[in-house]
Ligand binder design. Structure first.
Ligand SMILES: *[C@@H]1O[C@H](CO)[C@@H](O)[C@H](O)[C@H]1NC(C)=O
Ligand SMILES: *[C@@H]1O[C@H](CO)[C@@H](O)[C@H](O)[C@H]1NC(C)=O
Ligand SMILES: *[C@@H]1O[C@H](CO)[C@@H](O)[C@H](O)[C@H]1NC(C)=O
Ligand SMILES: *[C@@H]1O[C@H](CO)[C@@H](O)[C@H](O)[C@H]1NC(C)=O
Ligand SMILES: *[C@@H]1O[C@H](CO)[C@@H](O)[C@H](O)[C@H]1NC(C)=O
Ligand SMILES: *[C@@H]1O[C@H](CO)[C@@H](O)[C@H](O)[C@H]1NC(C)=O
Ligand SMILES: *[C@@H]1O[C@H](CO)[C@@H](O)[C@H](O)[C@H]1NC(C)=O
Ligand SMILES: *[C@@H]1O[C@H](CO)[C@@H](O)[C@H](O)[C@H]1NC(C)=O
Ligand SMILES: *[C@@H]1O[C@H](CO)[C@@H](O)[C@H](O)[C@H]1NC(C)=O
Ligand SMILES: *[C@@H]1O[C@H](CO)[C@@H](O)[C@H](O)[C@H]1NC(C)=O
Ligand SMILES: *[C@@H]1O[C@H](CO)[C@@H](O)[C@H](O)[C@H]1NC(C)=O
Length: 837
């Protein structure tokens, strides 16, 4: 046996390679070559150093040793351990890139373990930084494909805590510890790696056992474990994992296995910091379903507890983070071009939801796919590329606003603008909540006319809108509380004129707006100033009653405001105008509240005091007419609030047809009663035509002709309302739930529950004046319901059975029920009037 030169690392066929290891003084490095398993192999192979056969060789700082092996394959019998102690307590810490020392080129090709043992003060944080390809944690018993492992441990006082074992090629980029750490890098003998692949930096205290950072460059997953896994996590400790996730991807956490200990004090839990969450930190029990579909960087902390000394149990956790492309929203980019807009802005924001402890994953709107936030406002003048990172886009909605203002009345007069939701907004995969146009005109100079592309219906309780969107028209004058109402397509209102600044808001109620969007469209024109707050042009059709209601609904028409309805009656039709209530109940403080009904052709008008007079009975109009209402300044009690409806019937009704129909239906009695429904009444003529201003009051003949008092029972002014506000969401409630059930229910005002007697019949719009054939009545109004008796019974109708009339007849609205069980109600409640020609 002979040795070769110590400096040579070539393996010669006729000799054993000799190695020289010299460790500088003060390097803190110790090298130990030891047998894999202590005894049995000893006879097969020895280390030959200083001509001695040894089974173990230890080289300390300041020593130099030359040695060979006595066998051909020492890697099968020996391993080498190179430990470097770094003491940051006594001297400066050598931070930075960590070298493999001594260089792997001088070491024998044995399995090597480089160990760095860093001791530091409790207050100093140590950070291990791993270069690409980073590390992947493996569980107990798992091995790494290339045989390279990193075993990392920390210290709590004198106790060693295993942080974990890691292979190359993973996501773990940094590990922070405090109070020292130990890193063991195992390189198999055949591995050519000559760099450590990490550096050490000092950090301030991290105030916990450790922080492990994982960086995802793309889709991928990482499995991570609590310290000491599968043994118990140290008592009352805190460990954090940070995750860096590209903005366009989403992360989900799932716990693969865990156990909880028996806590005496505190609770074991995990806490998340999730971008976009309003309830950070999100606290979960280990048993809970963990969050998924998180966009953006997040962190997760495991917090232990004070364990029961007798039966501590064991806290441990193994979990997986899966990072992938968003699953349901394709990674699509939407272009929103606001470059030609000057006054339009769009906000995409979370729908307001009730705060709950339930976890909601992040939901983001991104610009250029890079900057993501929970709330994005696009301002005019630019083009935007918008994308979404959100598990459920119904959690978002958008609101847009556009201002159309006129500063110079000479320039704007007669100009028109189209109010349309732009296609760029409609294409976005998020529900449009509101699109508001603020229409501003110079004070006292111009007024506005809104002409819808399709005629509108006013939303009332009697005839609720069921379309997927409505226009909400409200005053935009500061301090003016005036809401004209909610209007949807498919009605009889041809135009709405408003005196001054208004906001017109297109509000959607259902996802089906996307399909119905073609029905939207309003044109606004600037016209000469007028003094009514609003003028509605109504052209009823023969099919449906038109329900109309004063602005502001139950809150009452504003003081001294006047509103008019221009109601067209086609030449071959006759219109029946009916008021819901018999009185308004309004009490004026100053001024007087009046209503004028004026035939447009003859200009004949009737004036009604809304304070003390009963409202007109149902009556027929053969020609187009005005309903003009003018408010006083009411006392704080009952406000002025009117609901009326117009129904068209063909002008020539041959009474014999009715008679035959009635007899044919076997209801002669009914007919006889029906004949008295409508009869001609002489109309009051008034010569005094007051100017059409919000002050009819001044010109009104205060000598109001008294109506015969049909209804003796007085009404209290403080009558409570059945409902306070008809909230759109209440009426549209059924539309908020789409087929997937994904629309969120909003808070709604509730109706006062019905307390009176209820028959078999559901509440329905009251059946009042009709001169139409009785047969028609039954088909039009299938519910055999009696009309409301008073305001507080708006939606409650009594349905007396045979012979039960007197009992049901609570008020003046006398119901006579047909005993022949034909289910046709007969009403003689109000005396119909027909205007004289
Ligand atoms: C050397 O390391 C490799 C990879 O970790 C392992 O498979 C082999 O058993 C080790 N050899 C000895 C002698 O420990
Ligand atoms: C690193 O991981 C990726 C994905 O997990 C795999 O495709 C690749 O082969 C791995 N490389 C090595 C050297 O293990
Ligand atoms: C490691 O080996 C590569 C070649 O494989 C070499 O270029 C590099 O200089 C070596 N680094 C060290 C620190 O020895
Ligand atoms: C890191 O170490 C340097 C020098 O050893 C020291 O000046 C610095 O304050 C340390 N930083 C922290 C965060 O401990
Ligand atoms: C750990 O939890 C599993 C169920 O999650 C249970 O089967 C097992 O017994 C627990 N182990 C210990 C040591 O408590
Ligand atoms: C976790 O994330 C939150 C929010 O980004 C941050 O304030 C906190 O410092 C992080 N904690 C750790 C330990 O990384
Ligand atoms: C979104 O931002 C707008 C404007 O900054 C703000 O008015 C709105 O309240 C924000 N919405 C949410 C949900 O944060
Ligand atoms: C309507 O808005 C315009 C522009 O802001 C303003 O000049 C005008 O005074 C407003 N009209 C009223 C009645 O406030
Ligand atoms: C809405 O109501 C009208 C009648 O008022 C009816 O013809 C239509 O089918 C309804 N549409 C929906 C979606 O319910
Ligand atoms: C009333 O309405 C009719 C029908 O739309 C219209 O022809 C007429 O001009 C309107 N009258 C006024 C004063 O606006
Ligand atoms: C009713 O109002 C309209 C529109 O404002 C007006 O043209 C008409 O003259 C008014 N009629 C009366 C009698 O005041």
């Amino acid at each position: 046996m002979f040795s070769c030169s110590a400096s040579s690392i070539r393996v010669l066929s006729h000799c054993q390679e000799a190695f020289e290891i010299a460790l500088p003084q003060g390097s803190g490095i110790t090298v130990v070559i030891m047998p894999v398993t202590p005894t049995p192999l000893v006879k097969l192979c020895y280390i030959v150093a200083s001509k001695q056969h040894v089974t173990m060789l230890s080289i300390k700082p300041g020593e130099k040793t030359i040695f060979t092996f006595s066998c051909q394959k020492p890697e099968n019998h020996f391993v080498i351990e190179i430990q470097k102690n770094i003491d940051c307590m006594s001297g400066p810490c050598p931070f930075g890139e960590v070298q493999l020392q001594p260089s792997t080129s001088v070491l024998p090709a044995l399995n090597r373990t480089f160990i760095w043992d860093v001791k530091a003060h409790k207050s100093i944080g140590l950070e291990l930084q791993f270069s690409v390809p980073r590390l992947r944690q493996v569980g107990p018993g798992e091995s790494c494909p290339d045989g390279v492992t990193h075993s990392i441990s920390g210290r709590i006082d004198a106790t060693v805590v295993r942080i974990g074992t890691f292979c190359s090629n993973g996501t773990v980029s940094r590990i922070k510890m405090q109070e020292g750490m130990k890193m063991a890098l195992h390189l198999p003998w055949f591995h050519t790696r000559n760099v450590s692949g990490f550096s050490i930096a000092n950090r301030s205290s991290i105030k916990r056992l450790c922080i492990i950072e994982s960086v995802f460059e793309g889709e991928g997953s990482a499995t991570l474990m609590s310290a000491n896994y599968p043994e118990g996590f140290p008592e009352d400790e805190l460990m954090t994992w940070q995750f860096v996730v590209p903005a366009h991807l989403r992360a989900s956490v799932s716990f693969l296995s865990f156990n909880v200990s028996n806590c005496e004090k505190k609770e074991e839990r995990v806490e998340y910091y999730i971008p976009g969450s309003t309830t950070n930190p999100e606290v979960f029990k280990l048993e809970d379903k963990q969050p998924g579909n998180m966009a953006g960087n997040f962190n997760l902390s495991l917090q232990g507890c004070d364990q029961d000394a007798q039966s501590p149990g064991i806290l441990r956790l193994q979990f997986q983070v899966l990072v992938q492309h968003p699953q349901n929203e394709s990674y699509k980019i939407y272009v929103v071009d606001l470059s030609n807009e000057r006054t339009m802005s769009l906000t995409i924001e979370p729908r307001p939801v009730k705060q709950s402890r339930k976890f909601v994953p992040g939901c983001f709107v991104c610009l250029e796919s890079r900057t993501c936030s929970t709330n994005l406002t696009l301002t005019p003048g630019s083009t935007y590329k918008v994308s979404f990172l959100c598990d459920d886009l119904t959690r978002l909605w958008m609101n847009a606003e556009k201002t159309i203002s006129c500063t110079d009345h000479r320039y704007c007069y007669r100009k028109s603008y189209s109010l349309q939701v732009p296609g760029d907004i409609l294409q976005l995969p998020v529900q449009l909540h509101d699109f508001s146009w603020k229409l501003l005109v110079p004070k006292d100079r111009l007024s506005l006319v809104l002409v819808p592309a399709q005629k509108l219906q006013q939303h009332t309780h009697e005839r609720p809108c069921n379309t997927s969107f409505s226009y909400l028209v409200a005053s935009a004058v500061p301090d003016q509380d005036l809401y004209f109402g909610s209007f949807c397509v498919g009605g009889s209102i041809e135009q709405i004129q408003v005196k001054q600044n208004v906001s017109v808001t297109l509000r959607t109620f259902a996802p089906s707006f996307r399909q119905e969007a073609s029905r939207q469209g309003l044109t606004v024109s600037f016209v000469h100033y007028f003094k009514e707050e609003g003028v509605f042009t109504v052209t009823p059709d023969t099919k449906n009653k038109v329900y109309l209601r004063t602005p502001n609904w139950d809150r009452g028409l504003p003081s001294l405001a006047s509103v008019s309805w221009n109601i067209s009656v086609p030449s071959n039709q006759v219109a029946c105008l009916t008021f819901l209530k018999e009185r308004t109940g309004v009490v004026c403080q100053t001024g007087r509240a009046f209503m004028i009904i004026q035939e447009q052709q003859t200009r004949a008008e009737e004036v009604f005091s809304l304070e003390d007079e009963v409202l007109p009975k149902p009556r027929f109009h053969h020609h187009s007419f005005w309903v003009n209402i003018s408010n006083c300044s009411p006392t704080s009690g009952k406000q002025l609030d009117l609901l009326f409806w117009v129904a068209l019937t063909p002008r020539t009704i041959d009474m014999t047809v009715v008679l035959i129909a009635a007899i044919g239906g076997g209801a002669l009695l009914l007919f006889a009663l029906g004949l008295i429904i409508c009869f001609v009444k002489k109309k009051k003529k008034k010569a005094n035509k007051g100017p059409a201003v919000g002050i009819y009051n001044g010109n009104i003949n205060t000598e109001m002709p008294k109506q015969p008092k049909k209804f003796q029972k007085g009404r209290k002014d403080n009558d409570s309302h059945v409902y306070a506000v008809i909230d759109d969401t209440m009426v549209y409630g059924h539309l908020l739930q789409d087929s997937n059930g994904s629309f969120l229910q909003q808070e709604v005002d509730t109706y006062r529950p019905f307390q009176g007697a209820m028959g078999d019949c559901p509440p329905s719009p009251p059946v009042i004046c009709s001169r139409a054939p009785t047969a028609k009545l039954t088909t039009d109004e299938p519910s055999p319901c009696f009309p409301p008796e008073s305001e507080s019974e708006l939606y409650t109708f009594s349905h007396p059975n045979n012979g039960d009339v007197s009992k049901a007849n609570k008020g003046p609205a006398v119901g006579i029920y047909n005993g022949n069980s034909t289910d046709i109600p007969w009403l003689d409640i109000q005396e119909p009037v027909e205007p004289a020609e």
